[in-house]
Write a protein that binds this ligand. Structure first.
Ligand SMILES: [Zn+2]
Length: 612
């Protein structure tokens, strides 16, 4: 390629800047230039890539790995076998992969792979290409990988594919040879079995050549919008008639870790310009099942984006696209694929969830396979707040009740596995789903309880500012919480993430001796937590007894809108009788309740309250 040299120099400089910008954790960087030519009759495509890969690690690399996701959509693939044999199959998948015909399977094959012009010795092992490098990649150097590849879009089974149930022609996620991430934990060449992704930060320059009737959308800013049209042209521009049967769409996506596109000849394209400079694109196939709700969606997407920007960090891209496609809802940088035949509530709900992933996935790029709860759980948490805001729920309603109910069902099912389990290695789908989404959301809900709601809100912004465009892990999150609160919180992370121990506190007894009321609390569960115990008196007034854990080495500040604290006493967790008795001056008590805010994930709330 002619431009390779200056392109390479540019990337070396970029790589150097990125190294310097990082304090204590290096990360690889990558830049993709891709061209792809799609045949809408055969559903096959040919492509080329020039990938500038910068090794910011202190290690010399001798191998390289690429993901070839579409090879999962073939009978007897790991995804097929796992989907058919898991105890509780995903109904979208079931045994469908085993029944795909040769025209319906997916594949993605690398026909040629070089590094700095030298052939790489490689082997395709289903969804992973394993390459032995012709020369080692030294620390702090950039190399150019070049590939030629061909693919066939699978009939839609899971996430990506063609001809979805709702009639969308192409949902093109996981479609290109994607270099695996190498980080301080080594290579992450996860085969595609079903769940979750992890990518390297970088810039994508993508040219897609496809039948001129198709409207496209996805990750990336369209560079040649005035040649393409399809609703992307600037106001007043007359788009020239295409000279051939195909158009080449040129997209550019800076600082993302993946690139998705979708295409259909019948998409309706709505554009909403927000005051903050973000353009929202809605692409959907207009019918009696979509027309009215997708019209209404036009007010909800900007409202959700504004709320998230205000509370969790400013949305950093200039564009967000909600696109009908896929098989439910799936997040991609700057965009989402969602199914469109939904009630308004469901449509808004899925749009909000996937939009919120722009924060917890799109920009806070944790390894989703290892820590699915850090994107799904945190997304569930922030979505619940966003939904409560845009549907103006009463502030007294606990927006996280659904997450608690999901977690409680998981505990009661006996199927719970530690949150730390790799996404693909949970024994059942239900254990994965409830852990990642519900128990993951409760990680934050309970931190709000432990460190205080205001502190948590500040900590979430601090998390964003510290870890955006990086790959945070569970320790990084808890360290941010510790720094913001001044408390020691490792015990919380250890119990909640690495064990299945549960919380159950009870009010054992309330006795009077004439002068004082003696309140005895009992720790019945194995996981210790600080306690807010609220006493409501006969006259309706309320006071709080606060029992922080000794191991948290401090107290949360008094929270706005909560009853005044009259007593603070540290509680160790080793006392053999598992009880503590507190003496308060006698007054006529109406009720005593542990955590009336219901933010602590107490699995038995029946014993949390005594009324008189
Ligand atoms: Zn999600």
């Amino acid at each position: 390629m002619k431009n390779s040299c200056s392109f390479l120099l540019f990337l070396v400089l970029m790589g150097t800047l990125q190294v310097n910008a990082q304090s204590d954790r290096w990360q690889q960087s990558v830049s993709y230039k891709m061209e792809v030519d799609m045949d809408v009759n055969t559903n096959q495509y040919q492509g080329t890539q020039v990938i500038a890969y910068t090794n910011n690690s202190p290690d010399t690399l001798h191998r390289v790995f690429f993901h070839l996701y579409y090879n999962a959509f073939q009978p007897n693939s790991m995804m097929d076998v796992r989907s058919r044999t898991i105890a509780d199959p995903d109904r979208r998948v079931g045994d469908r992969i085993s029944k795909l015909s040769p025209e319906e399977i997916g594949y993605l094959h690398v026909q040629q792979l070089t590094m700095n012009g030298l052939p790489v010795d490689y082997e395709e092992v289903e969804t992973i290409l394993e390459g032995n490098l012709p020369q080692p990649i030294l620390p702090f150097t950039t190399v150019l990988f070049e590939t030629r590849f061909e693919g066939q879009v699978p009939l839609q089974v899971r996430r990506a594919g063609r001809d979805s149930e709702e009639g969308v022609r192409y949902s093109m996620s996981q479609w290109y040879p994607k270099i695996s991430n190498y980080d301080y934990q080594g290579w992450h060449a996860n085969p595609y079995i079903g769940r979750e992704f992890y990518g390297i930060w970088g810039d994508f320059d993508v040219r897609i050549k496809i039948d001129k009737e198709y409207t496209l959308g996805g990750t990336g800013y369209l560079q040649n919008n005035n040649e393409i049209g399809h609703g992307y042209e600037d106001e007043g521009v007359k788009v020239p008639t295409p000279e051939s049967d195909k158009l080449t769409w040129h997209f550019n996506a800076p600082r993302v870790h993946d690139f998705m596109w979708a295409a259909d000849p019948n998409y309706t394209h709505d554009k909403i310009e927000m005051d903050n400079g973000v353009t929202i694109h809605h692409l959907y196939i207009k019918s009696s099942r979509t027309a009215s709700n997708w019209e209404k969606l036009k007010s909800y997407t900007p409202a959700a984006l504004s709320y998230m920007s205000e509370h969790f960090g400013e949305y950093p891209y200039k564009q967000f696209s909600v696109i009908q496609g896929g098989d439910g809802g799936m997040e991609y940088p700057m965009s989402t694929l969602i199914t469109g035949h939904r009630t308004l509530g469901s449509l808004v709900g899925v749009m909000v969830h996937e939009l919120v992933h722009s924060w917890f996935h799109g920009v806070l790029g944790n390894n989703e396979s290892l820590y699915p709860w850090m994107d799904e759980g945190f997304t569930s948490y922030a979505s619940s707040l966003t939904m409560a805001h845009i549907f103006s729920e009463q502030p007294s309603e606990n927006p996280h009740r659904g997450s608690f109910a999901g977690y409680q069902r998981l505990v009661e099912s006996g199927l719970e596995e530690p949150l730390a389990t790799h996404a693909d290695h949970f024994h059942t789908n239900v254990a994965y789903g409830s852990a990642a989404y519900a128990k993951g959301a409760l990680f934050l809900v309970q931190l709000g309880y432990i460190i205080g709601e205001e502190t948590l809100a500040n900590a979430m912004l601090r998390y964003w500012n510290t870890w955006k465009y990086r790959h945070p892990n569970p320790n990084d999150v808890i360290r941010v919480m510790e720094k913001e609160s001044g408390l020691e919180l490792d015990w919380f992370k250890e119990y909640w993430v690495y064990t299945t121990k549960t919380i159950d506190y009870a009010i054992k007894s309330v006795k009077e001796d004439g002068e004082n009321t003696l309140l005895t609390l009992e720790r019945k569960g194995l996981m210790p937590m600080p306690l807010d115990v609220v006493i409501t008196y006969q006259d309706g007034s309320q006071e709080t007894l606060y029992l922080p854990l000794a191991i948290q080495r401090g107290e949360k500040p008094e929270e706005k809108g909560k009853p005044k604290r009259i007593h603070t006493e540290r509680w160790p967790w080793v006392e053999p009788e598992k009880t503590v008795t507190i003496e308060v001056p006698f007054r006529q008590i109406k009720s005593v309740e542990i955590d009336p805010s219901e933010r602590m994930a107490d699995i038995n709330r029946d014993n949390n309250k005594k009324e008189f």
